[in-house]
Design a protein around this ligand. Sequence first.
Ligand SMILES: [Zn+2]
Length: 445
Amino acid sequence: MQDNAYLKCIDPQCGLEYPIKSTNVQCEKGHLLDVIYKNNPSVKLQEVFYKRRNSQGNIFDESGVWRFRELLNFCQIDTENIEECSKYLVSLDGAEGRQSKPYHMSKAAKFIGILNDNLWLQPEGYNPSGSFKDNGMATAVTHAKLIGAKKIVCASTGNTSASAGMFAANEGIECNVYIPAGQIAPGKLSQAYQFGAQIVEVDGNFDDALKQSLDDVQKNDGYTVNSINPFRIEGQKTIPIRALEYLNWESPDWIVYPGGALGNTTSCGKALMELYDWGWIKKIPRIAVVNSVGASTLADLYNGKFEEEELRWNKGRPNTELITRYYDHLDKEGILPKTKATAIQIGRPTNILKGLRALEFTNGVVTTVSDSEMLDGMSVVGLNGFDCEMASGATVVGIKKLINEDIIKKDDVVVGILTGRQKDAMLPVDYHMNPENKFAKPPKN
Ligand SMILES: [Zn+2]
């Protein structure tokens, strides 16, 4: 194996480096790590990627993740050699990311108040386990396989466990899932059981479950597949990469995500940094992150709602003490993240620093939306014939809010990511039972 990919600490003052086969998810001083590539992939690959859409039975060309394997070649393999790909790359028979691409949705555009031609929504729920997580799980489990791990471990608000369980079952390895007891949508929990994962119930919220899962990995032999793992981020890069490819590599003005643990913000930022650096894109799209009002750590800190300081990456010198004081404040006041959109019910976003870096690079913005707004967003997506979960509704109403505030301009081109499918069956039922709701169609008798 050559030495073209390695791990590097994100803190520019530290910059510790580790070989690609390291299982560290942090440097020894506790900073997050990036996967770094020494080579600059040629723009000529764009043609190769396009040709691979006619996969001719090759699952790695069929896969929406591995179709772009030269941009995430941390295994450092000959990417045209199918036998070598089969030996290293983990795939759900080419299904991860295969069906996700940006679509126009006219009813959502009308509701938002944007030209239909300028709005693209990309349903990542059409992944095999029903959420965007399959993109990053393909790469994380590939790295787990590279180092010979026999057990993957995660904490989850639901979608991660479904994806981890599915990949583990396919690879014939064990999977332990830490969940906050009683706080997971039954449709998500049932997936983890269905795929044979070992559920570990934790008293507390997602943040507590994550802490316990990381302790488990430290004490016992296991491989963490939460988005703190830099290899998760690599696969998730293909979400914006697919969108850009469908737009012929012409950058939109905005890419909009719901904000939870900030793995998506991170991976979108890393993809854009790399593509810009390699000369693949000339314009940097701005990232907008949409928090729930009830789980608004990033929005509070970024928008100066806490101690009146606007938290920034600040070229690698973020005020981390401000974050610590904010978390202390949450603990002291007994404030827990609370939203029905459980996928983004996260108070301590693991990737906050990488997220800040992405926001700085893209001149990004952060906003918040309420639960009832998210349900409207979720419901209008359905009227276009697409399924999505409540957290994905944040993308739709977040765009609407930012247009109303004149932050997103009316003629801007916007790509919104719909992160997952509906797995909480009662949410749409309850929404439509109440005639007060904007898109409700109550039953007749
Ligand atoms: Zn470091």
